[in-house]
Write a protein that binds this ligand. Sequence first.
Ligand SMILES: Cc1ncc(COP(=O)(O)O)c(C=O)c1O
Length: 442
Amino acid sequence: MSISTPFPLDNTHALWERARQVMPGGVNASARLNPALGHALFFERGEGAYLFDVDGHRYIDYCISHGASLLGHGHPAVVRAVQEALSMGVLLAYETEIQVEVAERILALFPGMEMVRYACSGTETTWHALRVARAYTGRYAVIKFEGHYHGVNDTVGYSHWPDLEAAGPAESPRPVPDSAGIPPGSEDWITVLPFNDVAAFERCLRDGADKPAAVIMEPVNYDSCGIVPRPEFLRTVRDLTRELGVVLIFDEVLSGFRVRAGAALGDEVVPDMTVLGKAVGGGMPISAFLGRREIMETCTPVGPALHSGTYNAPPVLVIAIRALLDEVTRPGFYEHLDALGERLYAGMREILARREVKAWVQGVGARFGLLFGLDEEPRNYRDVARQDLEAMRRFHLACLERGVYLHYVSPHHGYSSAHTLADIDETLNVMDDAAGEVLRGQ
Ligand SMILES: Cc1ncc(COP(=O)(O)O)c(C=O)c1O
C-alpha cells in the first residue's frame, strides 16, 4: 500500500516502517490501518477528547478507541479505580466483592437481565453468549443480520460488510465469511437476514425446517453507520423468538451506554441475553454477557456450557466498570452528551447542505454515521453499501490534516463525555473548511 500523506508525519512513517517488519501490516488490529493514509497512525497519548501523535499533532478524536473510551482518554475516575485495584495484587484472578457489586449494578440497568458473567473482549462475549444459547436450547443454528458485526469469531463471522455480488439477493442474502480460515460447513449453522425486513424474518422463522438456537442483533446497528430498528420489526423479532423458544441476544458492545445509562432501547424491547463490551469498561478491556437466570444457569459449574478463563473478571478490570457506572449515572451525564450531539449533528447537516454535498448524517446518541452520496435514512446494509467511499476518504483526510480524527474506513464515529461544546465548534469549523476544499457540489 502506498503512503500518501500530505502533512508532515516523518516520525510516524519511520515507526510504521519498523512496525511492519515485526507485525503484519505494522498493526495489531487490522482496523487500525488507515487506508486513507496507506499506513497506521502512531500516537504518544490520549488525553480526554484529544489524541497526540508521534509527530506532535493534536487531533480532536471521533474514533475514541473504536467506541471504547466513552469517558474520553484517561478519565481520572478510571485511573484512580485501576490504581486502587492494582494494589490488590495486580491480576488477582480470584473472586472478590468487586465482581459481585458490579454485577448487581449492571443488572439494575438492563431490564430483564438477571445474571452476569464477565469476559475480556466483544468477540469473546458474543461467542460465549452463543454457546450458552446453543447449550440452553439444544440447537445450533444462529440467525444474524447483514451489516451487523459481532467480532472476529467463527460462529458469526459472516456478512459484516459483504461484497454485494457475493451477498446475493437483498431479501435472502447469502452468508459471506468475513475472513479466510473459517472451516467450510460453518455457514450451514448461520442464516443471514436483511435488517428491518419483517417479511423475510417471518418467512425464515415460520418456514425454516429447523428452528435456530438464537437470533443475534445490534439493537442499533452502529456497524452499518447507526441504523435504527423499525418498531414493527423489533416487535416481530421479539414476539416470534419468544413464541418459538429462540434466544434473542442483543449485542450492545457498541450501543450500550451510548444513548442512556444501560440498554440503547431502554425497556422498549427486552431480549433474553445481552452482551456488553467497549464502553462498559471505561476504556479497560473487559466485556460481559447477561441473561435471564434460567439461560445463564446453563453456564458451568451449574449447567453444561463451559465458561471459564484465567483472565475473566480480574478486579483491576471490573473496578473500571464501577467507575464507568458511577459516571454514567451521575446527574447531567447524558444531558451533556445530548447537547454535544445536537450541536454536532445539526452543524454537520447545515455545512453539508450549504456546501451542496449529498450526504446523510445518522446520529444516534453519542455515535454517528456520515454517509456520502445518500439523501435519506438507511434501513439496512444494502442502503449503506451505496455510499461514496471515495468522498468519505477525501473528507476524512482533509479533516485529519486540520486536526480532526475520523477513522477511515470506519462505519461509525463518536464523541466522549470529555468533549466540550468548544471542541464541537472547532470540529465544525474544520469540517466546513474540509468540505469546501474536497466536496463542494459532490
Ligand atoms: C457490535 C459489536 N460486537 C462485537 C464487537 C467485537 O468487539 P471486540 O473488538 O472487543 O472483540 C464489536 C467491535 O467493533 C462490535 O461493534
